[in-house]
Write a protein that binds this ligand. Structure first.
Ligand code: ADP
Length: 258
């Protein structure tokens, strides 16, 4: 069998005394579109950052088949200050790999053309000259995706790209990711349970440790184990409510309050 693109073995990660991940083993094939779900604090961001090489760990290994693979990373909390006076196209340009980049560097026309192409690809070319302070949540996320694509990645990691994004933009982002998956491997951390059933090809559930990795059709036992509360079964591609009404509480349809 071909070697997987990413092989995570016995990964355990601590922040001080907090164990964020315990003995995680996970293989991601080339061309995969993997959704990672799990409760808050379950270690999703930590795993993504370890794969991206942004968080150090002492126990376990992460092997990436192609050492030179370019990785695009769309962080959950961008360090971009929304009040900073910069246009959308400038943000995308800033994501381009250019070892010669110096202060006051002038981008070549071909880099500008490429930035516009990327904005077109994510569906916001008409906003290219807009200040980032004037973008909606969805437009901002699309811009971050375009910036990550400027690296010409073969592996795209996204951390909750649809959090605080309206329903229309959310579905546009999922369509975009589906198209991008034809060119690259994608790992998507999401709270959006609808996404897992209808968009991704496979699913991993993290609750400190890996609870499940397999097809996107979940069963109630796995979800209950993961969230510690009863849930309605998720049917592939069929709109659904995720949580059944709780005896002790309040909610129907969310997943945070267990
Ligand atoms: P998730 O993305 O699933 O919400 P995280 O990976 O962000 O989970 O966090 C996993 C655990 O590690 C949580 O208990 C969180 O509080 C802790 N944690 C994450 N980042 C840090 C950090 N920089 N310092 C200390 N603890 C952290």
């Amino acid at each position: 069998m071909a070697k997987p693109l990413i092989e995570v073995k016995d990964l355990t990660v601590y922040y001080g005394n907090t164990r964020a991940l315990s003995n995680v083993n996970l293989e991601v094939e080339e061309g995969e579109y993997l959704g990672i779900i799990g409760p808050n604090g379950g270690g999703k961001t930590t795993l993504l950052k370890c794969i991206a090489g942004l968080t150090k760990y002492k126990t376990g290994t992460i092997s990436i088949k192609d050492k030179n693979i370019r990785i695009g990373y769309v962080p959950q909390f961008s360090n971009l200050d929304k009040g900073f006076p910069i246009t959308l196209v400038e943000v995308v340009l800033s994501g381009m790999i250019n070892p010669k980049l110096k202060p006051f560097y002038r981008y070549a026309q071909k880099e500008k053309d490429r930035a516009y192409e990327l904005l077109e690809k994510v569906g916001i070319k008409s906003l290219a000259k807009r200040q980032i302070s004037e973008l909606s949540g969805g437009e901002f996320q699309k811009m971050l995706i375009a910036r990550a694509l400027a690296q010409e990645p073969k592996l795209l990691l996204l951390d909750e790209p649809t959090a605080s994004v309206d329903a229309k933009s959310r579905s546009q982002i999922y369509k975009l990711l589906g198209r991008l998956n034809e060119e690259m491997t994608i790992i998507l951390v999401t709270h959006d349970l609808l996404a897992i059933s209808s968009e991704v090809r496979s699913l991993a559930c993290l609750n400190n440790t890996l609870v499940y990795h397999g097809g996107p059709e979940m069963n109630e036992t796995i979800l209950t184990q993961m969230y510690g509360c009863p849930v309605d079964l998720i049917a592939h591609g069929i709109p659904h409510r995720v949580l059944r009404h709780h005896h002790n509480g309040v909610h129907e349809g969310g997943e945070e309050e267990c």
